[in-house]
Design a binder for this molecule. Structure first.
Ligand SMILES: Cc1cc2nc3c(=O)[nH]c(=O)nc-3n(C[C@H](O)[C@H](O)[C@H](O)COP(=O)(O)OP(=O)(O)OC[C@H]3O[C@@H](n4cnc5c(N)ncnc54)[C@H](O)[C@@H]3O)c2cc1C
Length: 496
Protein backbone atom coordinates (compact mmCIF):
# COMPACT_ATOMS: atom_id res chain seq x y z
CA UNK A 1 0.00 0.00 0.00
CA UNK A 2 1.24 3.49 -0.81
CA UNK A 3 2.32 5.20 2.31
CA UNK A 4 1.26 8.83 2.62
CA UNK A 5 3.27 9.61 5.66
CA UNK A 6 1.62 10.94 8.70
CA UNK A 7 3.93 13.19 10.66
CA UNK A 8 4.08 10.52 13.35
CA UNK A 9 5.48 7.87 11.02
CA UNK A 10 8.01 10.26 9.54
CA UNK A 11 9.16 11.38 12.96
CA UNK A 12 9.53 7.68 13.81
CA UNK A 13 11.77 7.40 10.74
CA UNK A 14 13.72 10.43 11.79
CA UNK A 15 14.21 9.03 15.25
CA UNK A 16 15.40 5.71 13.88
CA UNK A 17 17.75 7.41 11.47
CA UNK A 18 19.03 9.77 14.13
CA UNK A 19 19.54 6.91 16.55
CA UNK A 20 21.98 5.39 14.08
CA UNK A 21 23.85 8.67 13.95
CA UNK A 22 23.53 8.87 10.17
CA UNK A 23 21.13 11.77 10.15
CA UNK A 24 21.35 13.26 13.57
CA UNK A 25 22.87 16.53 12.32
CA UNK A 26 19.83 17.08 10.05
CA UNK A 27 17.92 18.46 13.02
CA UNK A 28 17.78 22.24 12.84
CA UNK A 29 20.52 24.38 14.36
CA UNK A 30 18.80 27.49 12.96
CA UNK A 31 16.06 28.87 15.22
CA UNK A 32 12.96 28.15 13.11
CA UNK A 33 11.10 31.05 14.78
CA UNK A 34 13.58 33.69 13.62
CA UNK A 35 14.37 34.88 10.11
CA UNK A 36 18.17 35.29 10.00
CA UNK A 37 19.26 38.93 10.10
CA UNK A 38 22.27 38.23 7.87
CA UNK A 39 22.84 35.76 5.06
CA UNK A 40 26.32 34.60 4.03
CA UNK A 41 25.46 34.03 0.37
CA UNK A 42 22.55 35.34 -1.70
CA UNK A 43 21.40 33.91 -5.03
CA UNK A 44 18.12 33.80 -6.95
CA UNK A 45 17.75 30.04 -7.39
CA UNK A 46 19.57 27.62 -5.09
CA UNK A 47 19.83 23.99 -6.21
CA UNK A 48 20.70 21.34 -3.62
CA UNK A 49 22.66 18.50 -5.25
CA UNK A 50 24.65 18.30 -8.48
CA UNK A 51 23.43 14.99 -9.96
CA UNK A 52 21.39 14.86 -13.17
CA UNK A 53 18.31 16.44 -11.56
CA UNK A 54 20.34 19.24 -9.96
CA UNK A 55 22.33 20.06 -13.09
CA UNK A 56 19.23 19.94 -15.34
CA UNK A 57 17.45 22.27 -12.87
CA UNK A 58 20.42 24.63 -12.77
CA UNK A 59 20.76 24.86 -16.57
CA UNK A 60 17.03 25.29 -17.05
CA UNK A 61 16.78 28.00 -14.35
CA UNK A 62 19.78 29.82 -15.84
CA UNK A 63 18.24 29.54 -19.34
CA UNK A 64 15.14 31.13 -17.76
CA UNK A 65 17.25 34.12 -16.81
CA UNK A 66 17.89 33.38 -13.11
CA UNK A 67 21.15 33.68 -11.19
CA UNK A 68 21.79 30.12 -10.01
CA UNK A 69 23.95 28.52 -7.33
CA UNK A 70 24.33 24.75 -6.89
CA UNK A 71 25.22 23.42 -3.44
CA UNK A 72 26.92 20.00 -3.39
CA UNK A 73 28.05 18.15 -0.27
CA UNK A 74 30.79 16.19 -2.05
CA UNK A 75 33.94 17.52 -3.67
CA UNK A 76 32.79 16.56 -7.19
CA UNK A 77 29.66 16.95 -9.30
CA UNK A 78 27.48 14.19 -10.72
CA UNK A 79 26.14 12.14 -7.79
CA UNK A 80 24.80 8.73 -8.77
CA UNK A 81 23.97 10.05 -12.23
CA UNK A 82 27.70 10.09 -12.88
CA UNK A 83 28.00 6.35 -12.34
CA UNK A 84 24.63 5.21 -13.72
CA UNK A 85 24.28 3.20 -16.90
CA UNK A 86 22.48 6.09 -18.56
CA UNK A 87 19.53 4.28 -20.20
CA UNK A 88 16.79 6.86 -20.93
CA UNK A 89 13.28 5.71 -21.89
CA UNK A 90 11.09 7.69 -24.22
CA UNK A 91 8.88 7.31 -27.24
CA UNK A 92 11.01 8.28 -30.23
CA UNK A 93 9.54 7.50 -33.67
CA UNK A 94 12.74 8.52 -35.52
CA UNK A 95 14.69 5.78 -33.79
CA UNK A 96 11.94 3.22 -33.08
CA UNK A 97 10.16 3.12 -36.50
CA UNK A 98 13.21 1.94 -38.49
CA UNK A 99 13.54 -0.87 -35.90
CA UNK A 100 9.89 -1.86 -36.45
CA UNK A 101 8.87 -0.81 -32.93
CA UNK A 102 5.37 0.62 -32.52
CA UNK A 103 5.06 2.89 -29.52
CA UNK A 104 3.07 5.78 -28.11
CA UNK A 105 3.10 8.11 -25.11
CA UNK A 106 -0.18 6.47 -23.97
CA UNK A 107 1.50 3.04 -23.97
CA UNK A 108 4.49 4.38 -22.03
CA UNK A 109 2.11 5.96 -19.49
CA UNK A 110 0.04 2.78 -19.14
CA UNK A 111 3.09 0.53 -18.76
CA UNK A 112 4.65 2.86 -16.18
CA UNK A 113 1.44 3.03 -14.12
CA UNK A 114 0.86 -0.74 -14.30
CA UNK A 115 4.50 -1.54 -13.45
CA UNK A 116 4.16 0.62 -10.34
CA UNK A 117 0.89 -1.09 -9.30
CA UNK A 118 -1.02 2.16 -10.02
CA UNK A 119 0.56 3.79 -6.96
CA UNK A 120 2.18 6.60 -8.98
CA UNK A 121 0.40 9.93 -9.48
CA UNK A 122 -1.08 9.65 -13.03
CA UNK A 123 -0.54 13.36 -13.72
CA UNK A 124 3.17 13.08 -12.88
CA UNK A 125 3.45 9.97 -15.07
CA UNK A 126 1.77 11.76 -17.98
CA UNK A 127 4.22 14.65 -17.59
CA UNK A 128 7.14 12.22 -17.35
CA UNK A 129 6.24 10.32 -20.53
CA UNK A 130 4.91 13.17 -22.66
CA UNK A 131 7.98 15.37 -22.09
CA UNK A 132 10.51 12.55 -22.61
CA UNK A 133 11.37 13.19 -26.24
CA UNK A 134 11.55 16.99 -26.05
CA UNK A 135 13.79 16.70 -22.97
CA UNK A 136 16.05 14.20 -24.78
CA UNK A 137 16.30 16.63 -27.69
CA UNK A 138 17.07 19.44 -25.23
CA UNK A 139 19.92 17.31 -23.84
CA UNK A 140 21.15 16.50 -27.36
CA UNK A 141 21.09 20.23 -28.05
CA UNK A 142 23.46 20.69 -25.09
CA UNK A 143 25.90 18.21 -26.64
CA UNK A 144 24.68 14.86 -25.29
CA UNK A 145 25.38 12.06 -27.79
CA UNK A 146 22.74 9.29 -28.00
CA UNK A 147 23.02 6.03 -29.99
CA UNK A 148 20.87 5.71 -33.14
CA UNK A 149 19.13 2.51 -31.94
CA UNK A 150 16.95 1.91 -28.90
CA UNK A 151 17.03 -1.24 -26.79
CA UNK A 152 15.16 -2.69 -23.79
CA UNK A 153 17.27 -2.34 -20.68
CA UNK A 154 16.81 -4.71 -17.73
CA UNK A 155 13.45 -3.94 -16.08
CA UNK A 156 12.37 -1.59 -18.91
CA UNK A 157 9.52 -3.83 -20.10
CA UNK A 158 9.55 -2.31 -23.62
CA UNK A 159 12.18 -1.40 -26.26
CA UNK A 160 12.41 2.38 -25.82
CA UNK A 161 15.68 2.67 -23.84
CA UNK A 162 18.18 5.15 -25.31
CA UNK A 163 21.83 4.79 -24.50
CA UNK A 164 24.63 7.33 -24.51
CA UNK A 165 27.12 6.83 -27.32
CA UNK A 166 30.18 6.80 -25.12
CA UNK A 167 30.07 7.48 -21.48
CA UNK A 168 26.88 6.24 -19.77
CA UNK A 169 25.63 8.63 -17.05
CA UNK A 170 28.82 10.66 -17.13
CA UNK A 171 27.85 11.92 -20.60
CA UNK A 172 24.73 13.66 -19.24
CA UNK A 173 26.73 15.18 -16.38
CA UNK A 174 29.43 16.46 -18.71
CA UNK A 175 26.97 18.03 -21.17
CA UNK A 176 24.96 19.73 -18.40
CA UNK A 177 27.97 20.88 -16.36
CA UNK A 178 29.59 22.41 -19.46
CA UNK A 179 26.38 24.33 -20.21
CA UNK A 180 25.97 25.36 -16.56
CA UNK A 181 29.50 26.81 -16.57
CA UNK A 182 28.80 28.61 -19.83
CA UNK A 183 25.65 30.17 -18.30
CA UNK A 184 27.54 31.35 -15.22
CA UNK A 185 26.03 28.93 -12.68
CA UNK A 186 28.02 29.02 -9.42
CA UNK A 187 28.99 25.91 -7.47
CA UNK A 188 29.34 25.73 -3.68
CA UNK A 189 31.18 22.43 -3.36
CA UNK A 190 31.81 20.36 -0.19
CA UNK A 191 28.88 22.15 1.44
CA UNK A 192 26.13 20.08 3.00
CA UNK A 193 22.59 21.36 3.33
CA UNK A 194 21.15 20.83 6.79
CA UNK A 195 17.96 22.83 7.26
CA UNK A 196 15.37 24.64 5.14
CA UNK A 197 14.60 28.15 6.40
CA UNK A 198 10.98 29.33 6.04
CA UNK A 199 9.28 32.54 7.11
CA UNK A 200 7.65 30.67 9.99
CA UNK A 201 8.01 27.12 11.34
CA UNK A 202 6.37 24.90 8.67
CA UNK A 203 4.63 27.96 7.17
CA UNK A 204 5.25 30.81 4.76
CA UNK A 205 7.73 31.15 1.94
CA UNK A 206 11.00 29.22 1.82
CA UNK A 207 13.78 31.80 2.16
CA UNK A 208 16.94 29.73 1.92
CA UNK A 209 18.90 27.04 3.72
CA UNK A 210 21.40 26.49 6.46
CA UNK A 211 24.44 24.43 5.47
CA UNK A 212 27.80 23.30 6.78
CA UNK A 213 31.08 23.50 4.88
CA UNK A 214 33.68 20.73 4.96
CA UNK A 215 35.69 22.68 7.56
CA UNK A 216 32.67 22.74 9.87
CA UNK A 217 31.55 26.32 9.26
CA UNK A 218 27.80 26.95 9.30
CA UNK A 219 26.58 29.19 6.47
CA UNK A 220 23.18 30.63 5.58
CA UNK A 221 22.27 30.84 1.91
CA UNK A 222 19.39 33.05 0.76
CA UNK A 223 17.47 32.14 -2.42
CA UNK A 224 15.22 34.99 -3.53
CA UNK A 225 13.40 33.00 -6.25
CA UNK A 226 13.43 29.52 -4.80
CA UNK A 227 15.22 26.45 -3.51
CA UNK A 228 15.24 23.31 -5.66
CA UNK A 229 15.84 20.04 -3.81
CA UNK A 230 17.73 17.59 -6.06
CA UNK A 231 19.68 15.60 -3.49
CA UNK A 232 18.89 12.06 -4.68
CA UNK A 233 17.47 9.14 -2.71
CA UNK A 234 18.35 7.17 0.43
CA UNK A 235 19.52 3.78 -0.89
CA UNK A 236 22.74 4.16 1.12
CA UNK A 237 20.97 4.79 4.44
CA UNK A 238 20.39 1.35 6.03
CA UNK A 239 18.11 2.77 8.75
CA UNK A 240 15.78 4.55 6.35
CA UNK A 241 15.69 1.84 3.69
CA UNK A 242 14.83 -0.89 6.19
CA UNK A 243 12.06 1.01 8.02
CA UNK A 244 9.45 -0.93 6.05
CA UNK A 245 11.48 -3.89 4.73
CA UNK A 246 14.02 -5.36 7.14
CA UNK A 247 15.47 -7.54 4.34
CA UNK A 248 17.12 -4.41 2.96
CA UNK A 249 19.14 -3.44 6.03
CA UNK A 250 22.19 -5.62 5.43
CA UNK A 251 22.26 -5.60 1.62
CA UNK A 252 24.90 -3.78 -0.35
CA UNK A 253 23.92 -0.81 -2.53
CA UNK A 254 24.65 0.09 -6.13
CA UNK A 255 24.71 3.78 -5.13
CA UNK A 256 27.59 6.00 -4.12
CA UNK A 257 27.40 5.50 -0.35
CA UNK A 258 28.34 9.15 0.35
CA UNK A 259 25.51 10.55 -1.81
CA UNK A 260 22.25 8.78 -1.13
CA UNK A 261 21.74 9.30 2.60
CA UNK A 262 18.30 10.97 2.58
CA UNK A 263 18.91 13.90 4.95
CA UNK A 264 17.51 16.47 2.51
CA UNK A 265 14.23 14.55 2.18
CA UNK A 266 13.95 14.49 5.98
CA UNK A 267 14.81 18.19 6.25
CA UNK A 268 12.04 18.91 3.72
CA UNK A 269 9.61 16.92 5.83
CA UNK A 270 10.74 18.82 8.94
CA UNK A 271 9.96 22.05 7.03
CA UNK A 272 6.45 20.81 6.28
CA UNK A 273 6.75 18.84 3.02
CA UNK A 274 4.66 15.71 2.48
CA UNK A 275 6.57 12.49 1.82
CA UNK A 276 5.01 9.68 -0.20
CA UNK A 277 5.86 6.11 -1.13
CA UNK A 278 8.95 5.85 1.05
CA UNK A 279 8.37 2.12 1.51
CA UNK A 280 8.87 1.51 -2.24
CA UNK A 281 12.50 0.54 -2.65
CA UNK A 282 14.08 -1.12 -5.64
CA UNK A 283 16.92 -3.63 -5.72
CA UNK A 284 19.06 -4.57 -8.70
CA UNK A 285 21.81 -7.07 -9.40
CA UNK A 286 24.79 -5.65 -7.59
CA UNK A 287 27.81 -6.59 -5.53
CA UNK A 288 27.61 -10.02 -3.92
CA UNK A 289 27.11 -10.15 -0.13
CA UNK A 290 30.18 -8.77 1.58
CA UNK A 291 31.53 -7.31 -1.71
CA UNK A 292 30.43 -3.66 -1.36
CA UNK A 293 33.85 -2.63 -2.55
CA UNK A 294 34.10 -5.18 -5.36
CA UNK A 295 33.50 -4.34 -9.01
CA UNK A 296 29.78 -4.13 -9.71
CA UNK A 297 28.80 -6.34 -12.64
CA UNK A 298 26.28 -5.26 -15.31
CA UNK A 299 26.08 -8.21 -17.70
CA UNK A 300 22.34 -8.29 -16.98
CA UNK A 301 21.67 -5.03 -18.83
CA UNK A 302 20.77 -6.55 -22.21
CA UNK A 303 17.87 -8.80 -21.17
CA UNK A 304 17.68 -10.71 -24.48
CA UNK A 305 21.19 -12.01 -23.97
CA UNK A 306 21.41 -13.58 -20.54
CA UNK A 307 19.94 -16.08 -18.11
CA UNK A 308 20.02 -15.96 -14.32
CA UNK A 309 20.90 -19.23 -12.50
CA UNK A 310 21.15 -20.21 -8.85
CA UNK A 311 23.91 -22.18 -7.12
CA UNK A 312 22.26 -25.41 -8.36
CA UNK A 313 22.62 -24.21 -11.95
CA UNK A 314 18.89 -23.75 -12.43
CA UNK A 315 16.92 -20.77 -13.68
CA UNK A 316 14.56 -19.44 -11.02
CA UNK A 317 12.81 -16.38 -12.50
CA UNK A 318 11.82 -14.81 -15.85
CA UNK A 319 14.80 -12.55 -16.46
CA UNK A 320 12.56 -9.94 -18.12
CA UNK A 321 10.21 -9.72 -15.13
CA UNK A 322 9.63 -6.56 -13.10
CA UNK A 323 12.54 -5.65 -10.90
CA UNK A 324 10.61 -6.30 -7.68
CA UNK A 325 9.76 -9.82 -8.91
CA UNK A 326 13.44 -10.53 -9.61
CA UNK A 327 14.40 -9.02 -6.22
CA UNK A 328 11.99 -11.27 -4.33
CA UNK A 329 13.10 -14.35 -6.30
CA UNK A 330 16.78 -13.71 -5.51
CA UNK A 331 16.14 -12.91 -1.84
CA UNK A 332 14.17 -16.18 -1.57
CA UNK A 333 17.22 -18.24 -2.65
CA UNK A 334 19.10 -19.84 0.26
CA UNK A 335 22.34 -18.07 -0.78
CA UNK A 336 20.56 -14.77 -1.67
CA UNK A 337 22.60 -14.50 -4.85
CA UNK A 338 22.68 -16.01 -8.31
CA UNK A 339 24.86 -15.80 -11.43
CA UNK A 340 24.17 -13.97 -14.66
CA UNK A 341 25.36 -16.20 -17.52
CA UNK A 342 26.16 -14.95 -21.05
CA UNK A 343 27.92 -16.56 -23.99
CA UNK A 344 30.45 -14.82 -26.27
CA UNK A 345 27.73 -13.00 -28.27
CA UNK A 346 25.88 -11.91 -25.15
CA UNK A 347 29.10 -10.56 -23.69
CA UNK A 348 29.80 -8.48 -26.81
CA UNK A 349 26.22 -7.14 -26.86
CA UNK A 350 26.83 -5.34 -23.56
CA UNK A 351 27.94 -1.70 -23.46
CA UNK A 352 31.75 -1.29 -23.42
CA UNK A 353 31.69 -0.21 -19.77
CA UNK A 354 29.88 -3.40 -18.72
CA UNK A 355 32.46 -5.49 -20.62
CA UNK A 356 35.28 -3.53 -18.97
CA UNK A 357 33.78 -4.09 -15.50
CA UNK A 358 33.42 -7.82 -16.21
CA UNK A 359 37.12 -8.01 -17.09
CA UNK A 360 38.08 -6.05 -13.96
CA UNK A 361 35.78 -8.29 -11.91
CA UNK A 362 37.92 -11.33 -12.77
CA UNK A 363 40.57 -9.94 -10.41
CA UNK A 364 38.18 -9.17 -7.54
CA UNK A 365 36.20 -12.45 -7.77
CA UNK A 366 33.01 -10.74 -8.98
CA UNK A 367 33.06 -12.37 -12.44
CA UNK A 368 34.34 -15.54 -14.08
CA UNK A 369 35.11 -16.64 -17.63
CA UNK A 370 36.03 -19.91 -19.37
CA UNK A 371 36.22 -21.27 -22.91
CA UNK A 372 33.76 -24.09 -22.18
CA UNK A 373 30.56 -24.17 -20.16
CA UNK A 374 31.87 -27.11 -18.11
CA UNK A 375 34.96 -25.14 -17.09
CA UNK A 376 32.83 -22.13 -16.18
CA UNK A 377 30.54 -24.33 -14.08
CA UNK A 378 33.55 -25.64 -12.14
CA UNK A 379 34.76 -22.10 -11.45
CA UNK A 380 31.43 -21.12 -9.91
CA UNK A 381 31.05 -24.46 -8.14
CA UNK A 382 27.93 -25.54 -10.03
CA UNK A 383 27.39 -29.10 -11.28
CA UNK A 384 28.45 -28.84 -15.00
CA UNK A 385 25.72 -31.27 -16.09
CA UNK A 386 23.03 -29.23 -14.34
CA UNK A 387 24.24 -26.01 -15.98
CA UNK A 388 24.41 -27.66 -19.42
CA UNK A 389 20.85 -28.98 -18.97
CA UNK A 390 19.63 -25.48 -18.08
CA UNK A 391 21.30 -23.94 -21.15
CA UNK A 392 19.82 -26.67 -23.40
CA UNK A 393 16.35 -26.09 -21.94
CA UNK A 394 16.68 -22.33 -22.41
CA UNK A 395 17.81 -22.74 -26.04
CA UNK A 396 14.75 -24.96 -26.64
CA UNK A 397 12.59 -22.13 -25.24
CA UNK A 398 14.17 -19.76 -27.80
CA UNK A 399 13.33 -22.25 -30.59
CA UNK A 400 9.71 -22.47 -29.44
CA UNK A 401 9.44 -18.76 -28.51
CA UNK A 402 7.89 -19.93 -25.27
CA UNK A 403 9.13 -20.28 -21.69
CA UNK A 404 6.39 -22.36 -20.00
CA UNK A 405 8.22 -22.66 -16.66
CA UNK A 406 8.98 -18.97 -15.98
CA UNK A 407 7.07 -16.99 -18.62
CA UNK A 408 9.91 -14.99 -20.23
CA UNK A 409 8.26 -13.13 -23.11
CA UNK A 410 8.77 -14.18 -26.76
CA UNK A 411 10.42 -10.81 -27.56
CA UNK A 412 13.14 -11.70 -25.03
CA UNK A 413 13.55 -15.25 -26.43
CA UNK A 414 15.66 -14.32 -29.45
CA UNK A 415 19.22 -15.26 -28.54
CA UNK A 416 20.41 -18.77 -27.82
CA UNK A 417 23.41 -19.26 -25.57
CA UNK A 418 25.79 -21.26 -27.73
CA UNK A 419 29.48 -20.52 -27.72
CA UNK A 420 32.41 -19.65 -25.54
CA UNK A 421 34.10 -17.87 -24.08
CA UNK A 422 31.34 -18.05 -21.46
CA UNK A 423 30.95 -15.49 -18.69
CA UNK A 424 29.31 -15.62 -15.26
CA UNK A 425 28.79 -12.56 -13.06
CA UNK A 426 28.26 -13.08 -9.37
CA UNK A 427 25.00 -11.22 -8.82
CA UNK A 428 23.14 -10.54 -5.58
CA UNK A 429 20.46 -8.00 -4.77
CA UNK A 430 21.70 -4.53 -3.89
CA UNK A 431 19.55 -1.54 -2.94
CA UNK A 432 19.37 0.50 -6.11
CA UNK A 433 16.65 3.14 -6.16
CA UNK A 434 14.22 4.66 -3.67
CA UNK A 435 10.91 5.48 -5.32
CA UNK A 436 9.47 7.51 -2.44
CA UNK A 437 10.25 11.03 -1.34
CA UNK A 438 9.03 14.61 -1.39
CA UNK A 439 5.62 15.07 -2.99
CA UNK A 440 5.55 17.43 -5.99
CA UNK A 441 3.02 18.62 -8.56
CA UNK A 442 3.50 18.68 -12.33
CA UNK A 443 5.39 21.98 -12.03
CA UNK A 444 7.83 20.37 -9.58
CA UNK A 445 6.49 22.50 -6.71
CA UNK A 446 6.72 20.82 -3.31
CA UNK A 447 3.41 19.99 -1.63
CA UNK A 448 2.93 20.33 2.12
CA UNK A 449 1.20 18.14 4.70
CA UNK A 450 -2.13 19.86 3.94
CA UNK A 451 -1.83 19.30 0.17
CA UNK A 452 -0.88 22.95 -0.56
CA UNK A 453 2.11 24.25 -2.54
CA UNK A 454 5.03 25.42 -0.36
CA UNK A 455 5.97 28.80 -1.85
CA UNK A 456 9.59 28.93 -3.01
CA UNK A 457 10.29 25.18 -2.71
CA UNK A 458 10.74 22.85 -5.69
CA UNK A 459 12.12 19.32 -6.07
CA UNK A 460 13.24 16.95 -8.82
CA UNK A 461 14.86 13.54 -9.24
CA UNK A 462 15.20 10.70 -6.78
CA UNK A 463 14.50 12.96 -3.78
CA UNK A 464 10.84 13.06 -4.94
CA UNK A 465 8.07 10.45 -4.70
CA UNK A 466 4.92 9.61 -6.63
CA UNK A 467 6.51 9.29 -10.07
CA UNK A 468 7.27 5.57 -10.23
CA UNK A 469 4.77 4.03 -7.81
CA UNK A 470 5.76 0.78 -6.14
CA UNK A 471 8.22 -0.38 -8.81
CA UNK A 472 10.35 1.77 -11.12
CA UNK A 473 10.64 0.80 -14.77
CA UNK A 474 14.33 0.44 -15.77
CA UNK A 475 15.35 3.52 -17.79
CA UNK A 476 12.58 5.73 -16.32
CA UNK A 477 14.81 7.36 -13.65
CA UNK A 478 17.25 9.01 -16.02
CA UNK A 479 14.14 10.23 -17.85
CA UNK A 480 12.59 11.45 -14.55
CA UNK A 481 15.59 13.42 -13.32
CA UNK A 482 15.98 15.34 -16.57
CA UNK A 483 12.27 15.93 -17.28
CA UNK A 484 11.47 17.15 -13.76
CA UNK A 485 14.86 18.84 -13.30
CA UNK A 486 14.16 20.93 -16.39
CA UNK A 487 10.63 21.73 -15.16
CA UNK A 488 11.85 22.64 -11.64
CA UNK A 489 14.43 25.05 -13.05
CA UNK A 490 11.85 26.76 -15.23
CA UNK A 491 9.30 26.96 -12.39
CA UNK A 492 11.82 28.45 -9.95
CA UNK A 493 13.12 30.97 -12.47
CA UNK A 494 9.64 32.15 -13.39
CA UNK A 495 8.18 31.94 -9.87
CA UNK A 496 5.53 29.35 -10.79
C1 LIG B 1 24.81 2.05 -10.78
C2 LIG B 1 23.51 2.70 -11.18
C3 LIG B 1 23.04 2.54 -12.48
C4 LIG B 1 21.83 3.16 -12.85
N1 LIG B 1 21.44 3.07 -14.15
C5 LIG B 1 20.28 3.68 -14.53
C6 LIG B 1 19.87 3.67 -15.90
O1 LIG B 1 20.57 3.18 -16.79
N2 LIG B 1 18.68 4.26 -16.21
C7 LIG B 1 17.86 4.83 -15.26
O2 LIG B 1 16.79 5.32 -15.60
N3 LIG B 1 18.26 4.88 -13.96
C8 LIG B 1 19.45 4.35 -13.58
N4 LIG B 1 19.85 4.46 -12.28
C9 LIG B 1 19.08 5.33 -11.36
C10 LIG B 1 19.43 6.80 -11.66
O3 LIG B 1 20.77 6.88 -12.08
C11 LIG B 1 19.23 7.67 -10.42
O4 LIG B 1 17.90 7.55 -9.98
C12 LIG B 1 19.54 9.14 -10.76
O5 LIG B 1 20.84 9.28 -11.30
C13 LIG B 1 19.37 10.04 -9.54
O6 LIG B 1 19.67 11.35 -9.94
P1 LIG B 1 19.50 12.55 -8.92
O7 LIG B 1 20.02 13.76 -9.61
O8 LIG B 1 18.13 12.57 -8.39
O9 LIG B 1 20.45 12.15 -7.70
P2 LIG B 1 22.06 11.96 -7.70
O10 LIG B 1 22.60 11.79 -9.08
O11 LIG B 1 22.37 10.89 -6.72
O12 LIG B 1 22.57 13.36 -7.17
C14 LIG B 1 22.26 13.82 -5.88
C15 LIG B 1 23.38 14.76 -5.45
O13 LIG B 1 22.96 15.44 -4.27
C16 LIG B 1 24.05 15.51 -3.37
N5 LIG B 1 23.55 15.69 -2.00
C17 LIG B 1 22.88 14.77 -1.24
N6 LIG B 1 22.60 15.28 -0.03
C18 LIG B 1 23.08 16.55 -0.02
C19 LIG B 1 23.12 17.58 0.95
N7 LIG B 1 22.65 17.39 2.19
N8 LIG B 1 23.67 18.77 0.63
C20 LIG B 1 24.22 18.98 -0.62
N9 LIG B 1 24.25 18.01 -1.58
C21 LIG B 1 23.68 16.82 -1.28
C22 LIG B 1 24.76 14.18 -3.59
O14 LIG B 1 26.08 14.19 -3.10
C23 LIG B 1 24.67 14.03 -5.09
O15 LIG B 1 25.75 14.61 -5.76
C24 LIG B 1 21.07 3.89 -11.89
C25 LIG B 1 21.55 4.04 -10.60
C26 LIG B 1 22.77 3.47 -10.24
C27 LIG B 1 23.26 3.68 -8.85
Amino acid sequence: MQNNHSRRSVLKGLAAASAAGALAPAMAAVDPCKIPAKWDVTTEVLVIGSGGAGLASAVSAAQGGAKVTVMEKLGFVGGNTMLCSGYYNCVDPNRQKPQGIKDSVELHVQQTLAAGDYRADPKLVETLCSKGLETLQWLEGLGMKIQPKVTQVYGALYPRSHLATESKGAGYVKALKTKADELGVKFLMSTKMKTIVREKPQAGRVLGVEAVTSDGKTILVRATKGVILAAGGYAANPELRSLYDPRLRTLTTTNNTACSTGEVMLAANAAGAMLIGTDYIQCNPGPAPGHQNGVRQSLHLEVEKYIYVDQRGQRFVAEDARRDVVRDAVLALPEKYGYVIVDADGFKANPPAAQRDAKRGLETGDSFTAETLAELAKKIKIDPKALQKTIDEFNACVDKKSDPKFGRKPAMLTSKLLKGPWWAAYSAMAVHHTMGGVRIDTQARVIDLAGKVIPGLYAAGEVTGGIHGSNRVGGNAVLDIHVFGRIAGKSAATGA
